[in-house]
Design a binder for this molecule. Structure first.
Ligand code: PLP
Length: 439
């Protein structure tokens, strides 16, 4: 048997894929009824999946059936309508189906020349997203793994521009000996902002923490005081949607203050930025469009299959300068106008055609479908906040966007016990956090 025989759609391959489709439908069917939490522990899963490296080949159908049987008990029903943990999305059907096609097509999506369809679909998805999120139409974008890598991408662009203005070429000369860059972050920023700052060499502990209000939103007066009289390279990281409280920073005021001091404004809008896609909630992120870069997710509010992160940069030249690559064996860089080479805008070189399931989600939902997703998600949080507010033991500490922060009997141990019992019971799944030193 030749390699060609292996990959051609022989009867065996068709049967294999049909079996995978049936297994997938079975899984989706159980989502509404199965307990949300996994039934088995990591140790049990290691025992089920482990053993010696197989000596030789196995029948693909047997591999598939065994895999599905072995994995089942150790999976969590993240796509269940009763999963409320962290900020995790499900998958709209068109996105899931398109994700399968992405694997079948198996395109290396780094360049446009060999796979024009993939480059074009990203171009279209990027433009649609800018419109949906009410961001500047001229902004560039990158489809990455998640909001975290979107921070890395956007902060690399920010680093390029603020240092270029100070006469320093950071891509050539690195950060050693560079003019200092001030980085200002809200005291309640997401942890991925810190890691992104580490990865782009700006350091997490060096970042100056700006005071926040009760809900964790940056205090505009504190930012103004911190930047008073400042000149030189500076980056301000704002947030649309705090992971605990849902709070959104005063983005309009932040743009005024930061731009007044010549600073770059980056917005972590992993889930909160999606308020812009809803006429009802748009005002919550007023001023977001005035930032210089934005990071958000497709795999949260939009319910695109994992992984789907999005970076947008108003200063396209800075974005490209931070990420672009050239090599003799690659086609020459694509000039602006036509579909670009995705690898000139992403930290990845070879990459999955992530734009495909993203495009399919947008195409299947449309503008009104996305707005409805946001409205229903925000309304679901309202219902939780209202119902929990009636419970004598529960105290709703914060509630905005899609987040509800609740504490039980004003006691850490009791709060953890409630969450553990909920998870064990399996009817639904919620997760605990520490906010201002309290569970
Ligand atoms: C989820 C989240 C992130 C990180 O996103 P990933 O997609 O997991 O990389 C960053 N910021 C906020 C506010 C988040 O909720």
């Amino acid at each position: 048997m030749s390699v060609g025989d292996d990959v051609a759609a022989t009867a065996g391959t068709r049967d294999l894929l049909a079996a995978a489709a049936a297994h997938a439908a079975d899984w989706l069917d159980t989502l509404t009824t199965r307990p949300v939490a996994p039934a088995r522990t990591s140790e049990e899963m290691l025992a089920a999946l482990g053993g010696p490296l197989p000596d030789g080949p196995a029948d693909p159908r047997e591999v598939l059936d065994q895999l599905v049987a072995d994995m089942d008990g150790g999976l969590i029903a993240m796509g269940s309508p009763r999963f409320f943990g962290w900020v995790v999305g499900g998958a709209v059907p068109a996105s899931l189906a398109a994700d399968w096609m992405t694997s079948a097509w198996d395109q290396n999506a780094g360049l446009s020349m060999p796979t024009p369809a993939v480059a074009a679909i990203e171009e279209v998805a990027g433009a649609w997203l800018l419109e949906l999120l009410a961001l500047p139409a001229h902004a560039s974008f990158a489809i990455v793994t998640g909001c975290h890598m979107a921070h890395v991408t956007a902060l690399a662009a920010a680093r390029h521009r603020v240092l270029e203005r100070a006469g320093w070429n950071v891509e050539h000369d690195g950060l050693i000996g560079a003019p200092p860059v001030r980085v200002l972050v809200g005291a309640e920023r997401h942890v991925t902002v810190d890691r992104a700052l580490r990865l782009v060499g700006l350091g997490d502990a060096r970042a100056e923490q700006v005071d926040v209000d009760e809900a964790g939103a940056i205090r505009a007066d504190a930012l103004a005081a911190a930047l008073d009289g400042h000149e030189g390279p500076a980056i301000v990281c704002a947030q649309a949607g705090n992971v605990n409280t849902g709070a959104i920073d005063p983005l309009d005021a932040i743009a005024d203050i930061a731009h007044g001091a010549g600073a770059w404004v980056h917005v972590d809008g992993a889930f909160g930025l999606w308020a812009a896609a809803s006429p009802r909630h748009r005002a919550e992120v007023a001023g977001a469009e005035r930032a210089d870069s934005w990071a958000t997710d497709g795999h949260k509010v939009l319910n695109v299959t994992y992984d789907s992160g999005l970076a947008f940069v108003a200063d396209r030249a800075a974005h490209r300068a931070a990420m672009s690559v050239t090599a003799g064996y690659l086609p020459p860089p694509h000039e602006d106008g036509g579909p670009r080479d995705p690898m000139d805008f992403t930290p990845e070189f070879s990459r999955r055609a992530r734009g495909v399931p993203l495009y399919a989600a947008l195409r299947s939902l449309g503008r009104t479908g996305v707005a409805e997703l946001v409205d229903r998600l925000w309304a679901g949080a309202d219902r939780f906040a209202a119902a929990l507010g009636e419970e004598p033991e529960a105290e709703v500490l914060a509630h905005a966007t899609n987040q509800v922060l609740v504490r039980f009997a004003d006691d850490d141990a009791r709060t953890d016990a409630v969450v553990e019992e909920l998870q064990r019971d399996g009817t639904c799944f919620m997760t605990a956090t520490t906010w201002r030193g309290r569970r």
